[in-house]
Write a protein that binds this ligand. Structure first.
Ligand code: ADP
Ligand code: MG
Length: 616
């Protein structure tokens, strides 16, 4: 029988390897930036077009490559970084597999320009799908520029598999963050579609964090410093009151490499025990230095996991270091001396709605005001906002007094008629037709039996359709704010707000200005309490960032969903009879009352027959 085994041609082998190394544009960003760092660059520029789908270019001022090296760098297993397997245990560079460039060149159009300092001229090589198209002498500055165009051009299935631009951009920015935070002594610039997204001059670690996440970050950081024989920890943790709902800003770097570790993350979580509000996560930016011999960097190219020889000790050291910092740097909220107390409008006057009397029976003027200066994320009016936000919920869920949010006024503008499944006779008699159970479900009597409605999901559906309607017919009502609301965001968050600005305006938001880190809002949708604006925007940004896009992704839809989620009546909120009935009626006036905006069941029915059967 003839021999049947063949060696795969190089370009096929490269394409297969590429599947491991390059999952998405962000993987290319990571590989190219790491190469630039390994090349000793002091300034690295990243240029992206269309979330990296059209172009990813990294330009560095590092040591460059010779003509031969330039050509060799695209060969598989071509690396200047290790010579023997032993070197793996003394790694001081990012790369070592010599696979990245070969893989990238197998699945994209690549143009490399490189020059070493001492040379007069440099080399330019063009490669398309592993084929060298041209190699020329060029005039180019010292360093290397690699442009990767049309990623996955020859693997349509992979290209189609890429997610929406906002999602791919998010992945790129995540990689960018990981690289720039590990290397504050290197300057970085990033451009996306022609505009500058980041400009990070070389700086110390604290400045780097602030430059990346916005100037407001500075006051949130507490230094951590610990030096033991096995582990050196340095960096910053976020004050508990600035903890975020999303897990965005959590970074571990081990020997300058970004890593993920659920175990060490847990160590931090336990150090914060009792200091965080439920459902929030503290930020941290921590550099761990250990002897390279004591760790096993998984040599899978994209894995960010790592194995430590003695995890338990690291856990204990980390936990105590963080605890120590939290204790030492008085974690009590910062007083805002700049605040003009005349601007502290009492909450009830902050909204343009009919005044209503709200009495908090449990109010005790001498009791320490707990939430007084814990600001709601990035809001500016420290005391005023924090207090009013907290105040909104005081005694609401926990103390079981009646709802203070003037629910009937705010939420129900649409006076739609209920559908016929309701027992009309009953309605006319004005008897109670709905009941609330466990501040979670509404029971409503219908002709054939009864409905059990999930109040939160039902209200999400109602609000969702309402917002969609406003956005599509562009007729939303806006309430003017007495004082413009200033909200601070990081540059990437601002980018997302800019993308959504039009749609937000159609829901009733009025933006006075949106600049690099600050958004000024002068009007909000009628149904949105001012105190919740920052929460809504934060939620929205996180939804956009984590959106799992399907074919029918639309910003409008996402915005409507996100706002509905933020504003809907929560489980645990008690509703009076009028509110209950309103909710039921407006739900059944919806186009799709059966499901929440994210396709979860909003109600179930139980017929008398079914009940009867239970009693046999
Ligand atoms: P690795 O980084 O694992 O060595 P790569 O495929 O990423 O493998 O790169 C191959 C080689 O090309 C590197 O070892 C390095 O010698 C060279 N190289 C890649 N990028 C650069 C750059 N920006 N500047 C200088 N040399 C580079
Ligand atoms: Mg590399």
């Amino acid at each position: 029988m003839a021999d049947i085994i063949q060696l795969l041609p190089d370009h096929v082998a490269n394409q297969i390897a590429a599947g491991e190394v390059v999952q998405r544009p962000a993987s290319v960003v990571k590989e190219l930036m790491e190469n630039a760092i390994d090349a000793g660059a002091s300034l690295i520029k990243l240029i992206i077009k269309d979330a990296g789908k059209t172009l990813i270019q990294v330009i560095d001022n590092g040591k460059g490559m010779s003509v031969t090296d330039a050509r060799l760098s695209f060969e598989r297993h071509a690396t200047s970084k290790i010579r023997s397997a032993d070197d793996l245990f003394q790694l001081h560079t990012k790369g070592f597999r010599g696979e990245a460039l070969a893989s990238i060149a197998a699945i994209a159009h690549v143009e490399l320009k490189t020059k070493q300092e001492q040379e007069e001229v440099g080399t330019c090589i063009e490669i398309e799908g592993s084929n060298v198209i041209s190699q020329e002498v060029v005039v180019t500055p010292k360093g290397t520029s690699i442009a990767v165009k049309n990623l996955f051009f020859n693997i349509p299935a992979r290209r189609n598999f890429l997610k929406s631009n906002p999602v791919e951009t998010r992945h790129i920015i995540d990689e960018f963050h990981r690289v720039v935070l590990a290397h504050p002594s290197i300057g970085f610039v990033m451009f996306h579609n022609g505009s500058e997204s980041f400009n990070l001059p070389e700086s110390n670690y604290r400045q780097r964090i602030v430059n990346v996440f916005g100037s407001k970050t500075n006051e949130k950081l507490v230094p951590v410093e610990e030096d033991t024989e096995v582990l050196k920890v340095s960096g910053f943790i976020g004050k508990p009151e600035f903890a975020k709902k999303t897990r965005g800003e959590q970074f571990f770097f081990v020997n300058d490499r970004y890593i993920k570790s659920a175990y060490l993350n847990h160590a931090i979580g336990s150090a914060y025990e009792g200091l965080l509000k439920d459902g929030t996560h503290a930020s941290y930016f921590l550099n761990l230095t250990v002897d390279p011999q004591t760790i096993d960097i998984n040599i899978h190219p994209t894995k960010t996991e790592i194995k430590f020889d003695d995890e338990h000790t690291l856990y204990a050291i980390l936990r105590s270091a963080v605890k120590h910092s939290l204790g030492q740097f008085n974690i009590a909220p910062v007083l805002d001396f700049d605040r003009d107390s005349n601007l502290d409008t009492p909450y009830s006057y902050q909204q343009n709605k009919m005044p209503s009397i709200e009495v908090d029976n449990s109010f005790n003027p001498f009791k320490e005001e707990k939430g007084a200066s814990t600001t709601v994320s990035n809001q500016t009016y420290k005391k005023g906002e924090g207090a009013s936000w907290e105040g909104l919920y005081v005694g609401l869920e926990s103390k079981g007094t009646k709802t203070q949010r003037d629910f009937s006024e705010v939420q129900f503008e649409s006076d739609q008629s209920e559908t016929s499944i309701f027992d009309e006779a009953n309605q006319i008699e004005q008897k109670q037709s709905t009941y609330q159970v466990h501040n979670k479900y509404l029971i409503s009597k219908i002709k054939s039996g009864m409905l059990v409605i999930d109040q939160n999901r039902a209200h999400q559906r109602v609000l969702y359709e309402e917002f969609l309607q406003h956005m599509t017919v562009k007729e939303a009502m806006s309430q003017q704010l007495l004082f413009p609301l200033e909200l601070h965001f990081s540059p990437q968050e601002i980018e997302i707000i800019n993308q959504l600005k039009n749609d937000l305006e159609h829901t009733g938001f009025v933006f006075k200005s949106v600049n690099k880190e600050l958004v000024e809002i002068t009007g909000v949708p009628v149904s949105v309490p001012e105190s919740e604006v920052s929460i809504i925007l934060e939620q929205l940004i996180s939804d956009v960032e984590h959106e799992v896009p399907d074919s029918n992704f639309s910003a409008t839809d996402l915005l409507a969903k996100s706002m509905a989620k933020s504003l809907a009546i929560k489980t645990g909120q008690s509703l009076n009879r009028v509110e209950q009935e309103h909710l039921v009626n407006t739900l059944f006036a919806c186009k799709e009352p059966n499901v929440s905006p994210v396709n979860k069941t909003t109600f179930i029915t139980m017929t008398v027959d079914e009940l009867d059967r239970k009693f046999v």
